[in-house]
Design a protein around this ligand. Sequence first.
Ligand SMILES: Cc1cc2nc3c(=O)[nH]c(=O)nc-3n(C[C@H](O)[C@H](O)[C@H](O)COP(=O)(O)OP(=O)(O)OC[C@H]3O[C@@H](n4cnc5c(N)ncnc54)[C@H](O)[C@@H]3O)c2cc1C
Length: 455
Amino acid sequence: MGNDVDILILGAGACGLAAAIAAHDAGRSVAILEKLDRPGGNSALSTGSVPAAGTRFQREAGIADSPAAFERDLMAIADETDDPALVRRLTAISAETVEWLVDTVGARLKLVTAYRHIGHSVPRLHAPVSRRGQDLVDDLIAATDRRAIPVAIGNAARELIVENGAICGAMVETGGRQSEVRAGKTILALNGFADNAALVSRFCPEIAGAQYFGARGSTGEAVLWGERLGADLANMAAYQGYAAVAHPHGSLLSWTTIEKGGFLVGANGRRFGDESLGYSGFARIVLGQGEFAFAVFDRRVHDIAAQEEEFAELVRYGGVKTATSSADLAQFYGLDAAALGRELDAYNAAAGGGAPDRFGRRDFGLAPLVAPYHICRVVPGLFHTQGGLRVDGDARVLRKGRPIPNLFAGGGAAAGISGRTGALGYASGNGLLSAIALGRIAALAAARELDGAGT
Ligand SMILES: Cc1cc2nc3c(=O)[nH]c(=O)nc-3n(C[C@H](O)[C@H](O)[C@H](O)COP(=O)(O)OP(=O)(O)OC[C@H]3O[C@@H](n4cnc5c(N)ncnc54)[C@H](O)[C@@H]3O)c2cc1C
């Protein structure tokens, strides 16, 4: 039976769109199927930041960097990973990936030099000026439009077609009707399983129960189908969390508020950990301490965070309260006022004293805090999972270490580069690097295999 398309891509986030562009430019017919009624997925919700080491943009900014330095940074925070080779591969191709995005895709990315991001020893994040992932997605979609690549929204892949152990496309549901789309090669760009509570409980129990804060499509089909195929899974317990989603507003409380000197307390007015673990690593601690947590900071910190659009909007919608004393601050949410007062005093003493506090926090930003104070009620969130299908250096999905014929994966569908377990191994940008770099090399390898097969 003939193929409908050379390369079928499932999922229209950054991974799927990048794969489609690369496959088209390699001379292959390609189509993308997207389950939801719009493309973009989590990529559109992200800040669009893609890390890369050794780009010409870094050189122009006088920043010395190399894939080896990037790999060292990732391995230092990942601690342990099921797949060090993938870390090496992605750091090695990170610069060409970002330059391809700018030069071939036309993505409007700029090197962020204003500050260094979590996990990176030098500035290496390349992001839209707006810091909105939607802009990056828009640029990817414009590039697929220019190439007349079909992006079929409202088409959910329901199952892979497997014949004699090889993948031959997917069963697709459109408006309640199922049909076959047959393809020479299939790329899974479906993201992970953060929107599938059962899979989160099974693989990432420490963050089960946190509010999922991503796009609705990440329901874990890549893992479910992969398990049925006997595919290898890796780094399944790794995820990216966020310790401070404003409640009930549902927007992120900028972590700048904490890095620049704020702290978090529970309803009892007491701190419960070292916030300098970072927004991802601290999410689990916030989840474990009670229903809500409360971020406390002062006017100077507030004014720095207010330069960020999302924080300014949260303030406009009343998510950040102000008081001139800690006792008044406690009243907004019925916190134990005496305990909050004691906690503020202890925190300020530690910040002024130069020694680590009782949780080991050493960096207090602008603290000691001074009145007037601000408070924001928060809950922890889960952004995305970082485990998935184990792939080789060309993004081929592996089964017992050998490629499953015709099947590729990238982005959140594949195993990530953020360590084996937990949220501490996530360096800013790991998600999009996996998405775009793996999507592109999957497409290039798929095209090469088709060329080799003479099809
Ligand atoms: C709030 C937030 C901020 C973030 N910030 C950053 C950041 O700045 N930098 C960074 O690197 N990472 C960031 N991340 C993570 C990053 O967004 C993801 O790692 C990355 O976008 C994954 O890309 P993807 O293409 O694999 O998945 P997605 O962009 O989610 O795309 C997957 C697509 O597949 C579709 N799909 C799913 N199942 C099916 C199916 N059965 N059939 C057809 N289609 C299907 C989905 O609907 C979706 O559109 C952030 C995440 C969140 C939630």
